[in-house]
Design a protein around this ligand. Sequence first.
Ligand code: UDP
Length: 237
Amino acid sequence: MSILDIPISNLTLSQALKTATDYLKQPACHMIFTPNSEMLMVAQKDPELKMVLQQGDVVVPDGIGVVIASRLLGHALPERVTGFDMMHSFLERGDQYNYSFYFLGGKPGITDIMVENIQKKYPQLKICGHHHGYFDIKEENAILEEINQLKPDFLFVALGMGKQEKWIYANREKMNTHIAMGVGGSFDVFAGKVKRAPVFFQKTGLEWFYRLIQEPWRYKRMMALPYFILKVLQQKK
Ligand code: UDP
């Protein structure tokens, strides 16, 4: 189904994981995007971001707003599928099946803490490389070269909403990886810098509310939600 011109995959978390696992058998770099309503709204004013999201191989609803929109449009998506949960599941599977990972993004230092934390939790996990997300064009070439040499199965990219999706799209043909996925603030959660909402909030669709209390300065960005619902209702008409 399409929401504001962006096709969203009609998949549960476990179906999305299965689809992604099939990509590991194919040579090309597949793109996984995880938009919330805020990203879909930004894409309305940013044609490049819209085009990039339209090219995603798997595009899952990271926010409850997108799931609500799908219901309003009469094609209910099965569930909210967050980038964090997908990344977490890929790491668990990677530990089991020996997949390799590269992490790109996050503040210098924070990325190192995240890698340490993940390696502590999964001592056997193949983390082949990582780099923080504040690099210039010269460093970018070196990073792309490193990714190509290391050939990670998974490349997680956390460069902030929009930037990470465009970066993946622009470099997808230059990268020797099966799956490149934009994961937003997930690195900060794995590094222990930001707390994910308790399961109660996640299950009741109120994770945004918990986040608002933790990071009140985000309220302006969250104001996108009512406008998003209005736009979706216009699409319905
Ligand atoms: N980030 C980065 N490089 C940038 C901008 C952001 O590595 O140029 C990282 C930032 O450190 C954070 C993540 O991207 O770990 C998500 O950033 P933010 O929460 O600002 O973005 P959102 O995805 O919520 O828009």
